[in-house]
Ligand binder design. Structure first.
Ligand SMILES: Nc1ncnc2c1ncn2[C@@H]1O[C@H](COP(=O)(O)OP(=O)(O)OP(=O)(O)O)[C@@H](O)[C@H]1O
Length: 632
């Protein structure tokens, strides 16, 4: 009996074989992690040697070699080595390592290992593992640990290594044979080891894979910092060339330091190329920690290191604790500061960033007030005349910013072109909210074309209102069902009439359609409804009639004079309306178009017929009325 009241206390059985296999095979997401763990052990053993033998003049080197023929990878260090008892107590005891003890003893922050698990990962890629080691405490002895699968092992004396240190040799499983390729090793290790203080060589290379100076660790003169940052970002960013790079500096909330850069990759709207590698004590911990970057920063890549972050046991991810959240804030601030610095100090890079990531920056500006201030006047907005800044849009619009709510088409498109005013494309990502905010902040007018209020800006009231009876005649002659006739004056004067779909009614129809299909969630539906509450949906489009256009003036004059050609001319205009709308959208094609084309034939026939036939033909088309007085 071991404890009072626990007569039946028994020891939990551990199926070591099963445990080893679970840890080795399932703890890590990629077999490459085994390399990382073994390089990390090599690095820790150098730190241990330095701590235990501070006066010694040992040259710290890590060398990783591959042999595709033998299908082996060897990781060799000139560190502390292990004595035989240490092999049993630490290397071969799962869950215990000397490294953590040493850190607890010395408080040394360079030591990476903590769990006593990493070595097991060797068995995820290797059938057999041998460790040949000579301790710096007993340089005349050598030992070889050997194990297949990790469950059982042997240790035998061997001749001592020429100098203290350890070589771990993996005989790779056939499916991981590619790791013996030194090109692969170089590629993986360049990323994993970039921040390690000890030089890491691949094969016989005299040039270490981690030779690029780490800019935030060096005290460089101000004039050389940018070049050093760009050099590091270029070497590290595999997928994209950096357009500029800026630092992450420790704050009161976090010890994180590193580098962020703007990638040169084309990013569109929602595309997310965030790419952040996180290091802990120099070792790559999270290869893709994009969630640490703000969601609007799809164009940012970077590297940060922090000792306050807590890794998960697999050391491939981070605990979402207060340091994690502090780092998120720090990174968001670093990006905004970095963009400010770029705009101020590197105008050429700033222009390239704006041209490359304009769309994304529009959205980013809406997420951060300081970014908005920075970008408001610089970021390009897509318009009917190409990309323009909001300021240029405003200047060209006579002090107002014009934005089209719809995706264009129909008469609208033509009208906008005829206006010769650049019109922002409100259907594109973030454009409309950005311009609304701009207008509010810069106290300028915004004309939202496609909404009734926006259209009122374009279509001025006629000089003299039409008599109700005239308007009624015109509506009957020109407007179709769902179209509201609106007499107005607008540019260009040569354009007699314009049909503008009501975008709110269009949206309402679409929402009802989507709702029927249950495609939108109810919260979104409520919001959309609030927007469309102003319209009952009965006016599908407004038909603006230009009372300044000579064709319209002549038509009215003819109508008022009771001219028999008035109805023919009106029929002609109506046909023009239908044909132009059909040209711009498929939806209207069909019967309407056929009728409109026939209408042109009828009108031309009427106008060219012998005088006595004229009134007879046209009289059947439209009811005739005695008009008012001629205006002209
Ligand atoms: N190359 C090496 N040289 C000297 N000692 C080593 C070497 N590799 C492993 N060891 C010893 O074996 C122990 C266990 O290593 P293992 O990788 O399993 O865990 P760890 O590094 O301590 O912790 P972690 O699981 O966090 O990596 C280490 O603590 C260290 O004492």
């Amino acid at each position: 009996m071991s404890e009072e009241g626990h007569e039946n206390l028994r020891t939990t059985e551990v199926d070591l074989g099963g445990l080893v296999s679970v840890l080795a095979t399932h703890l890590y997401s990629t077999p490459l992690v085994a390399l990382r763990e073994l390089v990390q052990n090599a690095h820790d053993s150098h730190t241990r040697r330095r701590l235990e033998d501070p006066a010694g003049a040992h040259r710290a080197v890590i060398r990783v070699s591959g042999d595709p023929v033998r299908r082996t990878v060897a990781i060799e260090d000139t560190g502390a080595g292990l004595t035989e008892p240490e092999i049993h107590a630490y290397l071969a005891t799962v869950g215990t390592g000397y490294t953590r003890l040493l850190r607890d003893l010395t408080g040394n922050e360079d030591l990476i290992g903590a769990f006593g698990l990493g070595f097991l990962s060797a068995f995820s890629v290797a059938d057999e593992v041998t460790v040949t080691t000579t301790s710096h405490r007993a340089p005349e002895l050598g030992h070889r640990y050997r194990s297949r699968g990790g469950e059982q092992y042997s240790v035998d004396p061997v001749p001592p290594r020429p100098q203290p240190g350890t070589v771990v040799e993996l005989t790779l499983k056939p499916e991981h044979a590619h790791l013996a390729d030194e090109e692969v090793l170089r590629d993986v290790l360049a990323r994993y080891c970039v921040l390690l203080g000890v030089p890491v060589h691949v094969g016989d290379d005299e040039h270490p894979v981690n030779a690029v100076p780490v800019p935030w660790r060096e005290a460089l003169p101000a004039g050389e910092q940018h070049a050093a940052r760009m050099a590091f970002a270029t070497a590290f960013g595999r997928r994209f060339e950096p357009l500029t790079a800026f630092p992450v500096e420790p704050t009161e909330q976090t010890d994180a330091a590193g580098l962020l850069w703007v990638q040169d990759g084309g990013t569109y709207g929602s595309s997310d190329n965030r790419d952040l590698a996180v290091y802990l004590r120099g070792m790559l911990l999270a290869e893709d920690a994009r969630d640490l970057l703000p969601s609007w920063a799809g164009f940012i890549g970077g590297v940060v290191e922090s000792n306050r972050l807590t890794p998960t046991a697999s050391r491939e991810d981070l605990q979402r604790d207060e340091h994690y959240r502090a780092l998120q804030q720090t990174l968001a601030d670093a990006i905004v500061n970095g963009l400010y610095e770029t705009a101020r100090l590197h105008p050429a890079a700033w222009r390239r960033i704006l041209a490359r990531h304009g769309q994304e920056l529009l959205g980013a500006a809406l997420c951060d007030d300081r970014l908005f201030t920075l970008l408001a006047d610089d970021v390009p907005v897509p318009t009917s005349q190409g990309d323009l800044t909001a300021g240029a849009l405003r200047a060209a619009g006579g002090g107002a910013v014009h934005v089209a709510l719809g995706s264009g088409g129909g008469f609208e498109e033509m009208l906008y072109r005829a206006m010769r005013v650049p019109i922002a494309r409100g259907d594109r990502y973030a454009v409309l909210p950005f311009l609304r905010r701009y207008a509010q902040l810069r106290d300028c007018r915004i004309v939202e074309l496609g909404s009734e209020s926006g259209n009122r800006e374009l279509f001025r009231d006629p000089q003299t209102p039409l008599a109700p009876e005239e308007a009624g005649w015109l509506a009957a002659a020109l407007a179709d069902e769902g179209e509201q006739l609106v007499p107005a004056r607008f540019d260009p004067p040569g354009l007699p009439l314009v049909l503008v779909p009501d975008r709110e009614a269009e949206l309402k129809a679409r929402i009802e359609d989507d709702q029927a299909d249950a495609r939108i969630p109810s919260a979104a539906l409520r919001l959309a409804r609030a927007f469309t509450a102003r319209t009952d949906g009965s006016v599908r489009a407004r038909l603006y009639l230009n009372t300044d256009a000579p064709a319209v003036r002549d038509l009215l004059r003819a109508y008022r004079a009771g001219h028999t050609g008035a109805a023919t001319a009106a029929g002609l205009l109506r046909s023009v309306k239908v044909i132009m709308a059909a040209a711009a959208s498929d939806a209207r094609a069909g019967d309407d178009l056929t009728a409109a084309l026939a209408g042109i034939g009828t009108a031309v026939a009427a106008l060219t017929a012998p005088a006595e036939g004229l009134s007879v033909d046209v009289g059947t088309l439209f009811p005739q009325d005695d008009g008012g007085e001629d205006e002209r």
